[in-house]
Design a protein around this ligand. Structure first.
Ligand code: CDP
Length: 233
């Protein structure tokens, strides 16, 4: 009897390109797990900041990343937002603060941190499969994924979307400071030595600047059908 393979959909792209929203919708619709790798890097950064670990203390940062392999949890309840926790503590809001946004890219550039995180990401994928999103999923974490997607959008549009998202959550900020933060992260994420932000050569590239989330999800599910990976969507 042939075994049904595990379906991995890898979604990469720069900051605020719509990856998380698209990944959540796809995971719900397809009955797959969600592996949001950005929230893991953000969780490591939160613990480092709370414990006063210096952002250039690579050994301590890698220790924190290793600790997450036992203590990080991400839940995707059917009717409520994603819940991210560490040692059972809900950190869903704390990891989205501007302070963590500023510190996360330097932490993510540390090779020892990335090695631990990649192990964690791989360990979370089980049958029937998962939507895995981040910066290096199609290039490094799951280079054999049967569908790789790279989402991009104009920087000004990404800044606008993230600004709307943060103000809706009641966070005081400006569109220009949000724009600066995502530009800074993109620069560090794309230029680091260890698995930088990049599109896999065989990724389906989608420019989302003028698309709705529903348009993007439809494009991905149509591609799944075309490739014979899912026919029930
Ligand atoms: O949601 P947003 O696009 O703002 O970012 P995120 O996906 O939460 O990722 C936050 C940060 O984590 C990124 O800017 C990267 O520095 C890092 N990251 C990474 O290095 N590799 C990944 N696979 C995912 C995130």
């Amino acid at each position: 009897m042939s075994e049904e393979p595990v379906l991995v959909i890898a979604i990469d792209g720069p900051a605020a390109s719509g990856k998380s929203t698209v990944a959540i919708m796809l995971a719900r619709r397809l009955g797959l797990a969600l592996v949001d790798s950005g929230s893991m890097y953000r969780a490591a950064t939160l613990l480092a900041v709370e414990r006063g670990v210096q952002l250039d203390d690579e050994a301590s940062l890698a220790d924190i990343a290793r600790e997450l392999r036992e203590s990080f949890e991400l839940e995707l309840p059917p009717d409520s937002p994603v819940r991210v926790s560490v040692h059972g503590r809900d950190i869903s809001s704390a990891i989205r603060s501007p302070e963590i946004g500023e510190a996360v890219s330097p932490v993510s550039a540390v090779r020892g941190v990335r090695e631990e995180m990649v192990e964690l990401q791989r360990s979370l994928v089980r049958k029937p499969g998962a939507v895995v999103e981040g910066r290096d999923i199609g290039t490094t974490v799951f280079p054999e994924a049967p569908l790789k997607v790279y989402l991009e959008a104009l920087q000004s549009e990404r800044a606008r979307r993230r600004y709307v998202e943060l103000t809706e959550k009641g966070l005081a900020t400006t569109e220009s400071s949000v724009g600066q933060e995502i530009a800074m992260r993109d620069e560090i994420d794309s230029s680091r030595e260890s698995s930088p932000l990049a599109a896999a050569r065989d990724a389906l590239r989608i420019d989302t600047t003028e698309l709705t989330i529903e348009d993007v999800v439809k494009e991905i599910t149509s591609e799944l059908e075309r490739r014979g990976l899912r026919s029930d969507v």
